[in-house]
Design a protein around this ligand. Structure first.
Ligand code: AMP
Length: 429
């Protein structure tokens, strides 16, 4: 390589430049705040783990383990892998630190980069960020509904309202096995008509054929037996309760018996949230998750039911590209009399100390020009303080959207403002 050859970022891996950071930080802050309000605590695990952790949890026959991992042998001859997802590491940490002996239910969240050597496309990268949760020790179905509700709450808080929540149950191990056999029986006579990839999967991981994007495979799978017909009575009761709970929480969901997702460790509940609008194109899965009741035990811990989800931050930002950012200020303070500017400054300090985003034009310009600036910034409320209001210890509160105005006592200012301002999460304040 000549000295002048420019070194570029690795294909599929991207810089996030400072001008994009505000949007990233907003998504992270909203997720953090809502996760913590739901009782989750943050965990940070290493980016690098023993390769065997992912082989044993995600499964040898999955795309991630089979084709996409960044694995290498380090100088100590250990096979290591850049983590392709967060659940396996969380489970490893849960077992390693014997968390099960400390508390009955553990709720963790994480935010961080993941690595998969996929074919890069819009919304699909080789380094991408996930924000996710893991809840250990609760068999559900209430915790399943709570996890899905948290995910929907986060996406809505971010400003994504056009969402589709898709749910399925693949049952516990015995149901899954019975279904696997039935599916193979059904697919075998169609083997020649399947895509080459699916023909291979028929031997290694037949459930994934349901997930195939190939139109030939999709046409065959349309008539495949539905996994929901193979659930045990307990699995079915679990899934029915979950669907009822979601409806009760006002979360519209669609049952898709072909939703299987790409990781082997799932059992019972599976879910995915897809975005409808924005710039997503084919990569419209914003987040996904499910129950993994057998994984902790499979990795050497005690039997521990668990559920989790992960959302892709880049995809969420792409989905938000066309959504309107809310106003960056809550209140604009204006006065027709420059001698009142000290009061204005004092008021701004109090408002800001109370978490209200407030600003004013402190140059002593005309009231008209101050109001024009407020309008241009899209500020929802203007507080007017003139000599008359000052004498009466009041303010005039101007609602810029409703075009109304009312007089409020200074003592009731904070109460009146908070009552009117849309609720924002504390971390976004
Ligand atoms: P998964 O860990 O495969 O269940 O994926 C969960 C979420 O992570 C997906 O819904 C995406 O939002 C995101 N995601 C997964 N793979 C990628 C990728 N290669 N590039 C960007 N985002 C991804």
């Amino acid at each position: 390589m000549s000295a002048s050859t420019r070194i570029r970022a690795v294909k599929g891996m991207h810089d996030v430049l400072p001008q994009a950071m505000a949007r990233w930080k907003r998504v992270e802050a909203l997720f953090r705040d809502l996760a913590e309000r739901h009782g989750y605590a943050e965990i940070r695990t290493p980016l690098v783990e023993p390769t065997s952790l992912f082989v044993r949890s995600i499964g040898e026959s999955t795309d991630i383990v089979g084709k996409e991992m960044y694995s290498f042998v380090d100088k100590g001859e250990d096979s290591l892998t850049l983590r392709p997802e967060g659940t396996a590491s969380a489970v490893r940490a849960y077992i390693e630190h014997e968390i099960h002996a400390q508390e009955a239910v553990t709720k963790w969240y994480y935010i961080g980069p993941m690595f998969r050597r996929e074919r890069p496309a819009r919304g699909r990268y080789r380094q991408f960020w996930q924000a996710g949760i893991e809840c250990f020790g609760d068999p559900g179905p209430y915790s399943d509904a709570e996890a899905i509700a948290l995910l929907v709450e986060v996406l809505r808080a971010i400003g994504l309202s056009e969402l589709e929540v898709v749910v399925n149950s693949i049952g516990s191990r015995s149901s899954k096995e019975r279904y696997r056999q039935a599916l193979v029986e059904f697919l075998k006579p169609h083997k020649e008509a399947l895509s080459l990839e699916s023909q291979r999967r028929l031997e290694t991981n037949p459930l994934r054929i349901l997930d195939s994007k190939d139109p030939k495979d999709q046409a065959i799978c349309k008539n495949a037996p539905a996994i929901l017909d193979f659930l045990s009575e307990q699995d079915r009761a679990h899934f029915e309760s979950l669907c009822e709970l979601l409806a009760r929480l006002g979360i519209e969901s669609r049952v898709d018996p072909h939703l299987v997702r790409g990781l082997d460790y799932y059992s019972r509940t599976l879910f995915e949230v897809r975005g409808k609008g924005g710039e997503l194109g084919a990569q419209n899965a914003l987040a996904g998750g499910g129950r993994y009741d057998e994984l902790v035990e499979a990795l050497g811990g005690p039997p521990t039911p668990a559920i989790g989800f992960a959302m892709g931050i880049e995809r969420i930002l792409l989905a938000c590209e066309n959504t309107q950012e809310g106003p960056s200020l809550d209140v604009w303070v204006a006065t027709p009399d420059p001698s009142l500017l000290p009061c204005v400054l004092e008021l701004l300090t109090l408002l800001r100390r109370d978490g209200i985003r407030a600003d004013a034009d402190l140059r002593g310009t005309s009231l008209r020009s101050q109001l024009r600036r407020a309008q241009k910034k899209g500020v929802p409320f203007v507080l007017l303080l003139g000599p008359e209001e000052e004498a009466k210890s009041t303010f005039r509160l101007k609602d810029m959207e409703g075009h109304s105005e009312e007089e409020i006592p200074q003592s009731a200012l904070f109460f009146e403002l908070k009552r009117r301002l849309p609720k924002r999460s504390p971390s976004a304040l």
